[in-house]
Design a protein around this ligand. Sequence first.
Ligand code: AHG
Ligand code: MN
Ligand code: MN
Length: 365
Amino acid sequence: MFPTKARMDMVDDNSRSADSIVTIQQHIIENQGRHPTATGQFSWLLSGITLACKIIASYVRRAGLIDVLGATDETNVQGEVVQKLDQIANDTLMKALGYREDVGIIASEEDNEPRVLQEVGRGRYVVMFDPLDGSSNIDANVPVGTIFTIFQRPEWDRQAVYSVIQPGYQQVAAGYVVYGSSTVMVYTTGNGVHMFTLDPQFGAFLLTRQNIQIPQRGNQYSVNEAYSHSFPEPYQKYLSWAKDQDNGGRCSSRYIGSLVADFHRILLKGGVFLYPPTDKNPEGKLRLMYEANPLAFIAEQAGGMATDGRQRILEVQPRTLHQRTPLIIGSRDNVEDVHRFIREHEETQRANHPRRRATDKLATS
Ligand code: AHG
Ligand code: MN
Ligand code: MN
């Protein structure tokens, strides 16, 4: 009945029989016991997200058969055309979470403003999401996803202003769903990264991998190289090096154009995803709160790294809700490679700075 062999290979928790069937709800409840501050409401909240994602998956699966493909005539706060499925996914998440007791604030990539649902003291959690990531791919049957993150709402923040711009290290949970050849959900509550696969026959997310560790090095980079002429120089140099067979780079390239799917591949196979600053998007294109933070939390929990080229994504203090950021994320060694090029570039810049040259001259004369 179940693909028992696959499950036996994948489930690697010794405390559990290899044959056991573990649903995501069960896993969340078990994990919650390890968090002194978590309440039953927290697992209830997460189950709202899994429910919404199952509903979204059912729309994605039927795309083409029901009227969900194509664009609406709206543009969102990001200045991007809203696809029908963006709207469906957003509404579904709002409906699934809107009545969960502990949800205080919901913020979505698709909405201008956060929605404050409950007063401080009652709604303990802030939930943020990118309801449909990679939505421009949807018409072509390419994997898309949902990304979410949860913060605790500070008791003192009556106006909800600070609750929605907390730095990523404050996340209490984060995860994503990829609606691909199968539907998988990956999540962390700061206690490892775990993956579940939606069994369409039962409508349940079943545990397929526990404690995922991203390979320390991978041989793939993932970047929209068509923009490389407008990347800052160190990124261009990194890409030339990464392709150069003689230099030890030896990388191949994969780019789906749905961050969530590109990241998922890197989580499992290793490598690095880059979205550097470009002429069009000098701050980078990806959104700090909805995309970079949750994936950075997962990457670090899996032993990987995520930075904006200068600092850990999780330490960036956001200034605004919809702020964008450059993103370098993936295997530790690959991210370090990119950083080496950025560091070397900065050192050369400093050495060539006219004032520095003058002081050097003085020092040696
Ligand atoms: P979204 O569909 O949520 O707006 O996100 C799209 C993002 C991300 O998924 C992807 O990595 C990136 O846009 C692709 O951008 P380019 O087309 O500029 O490569
Ligand atoms: Mn997105
Ligand atoms: Mn989106």
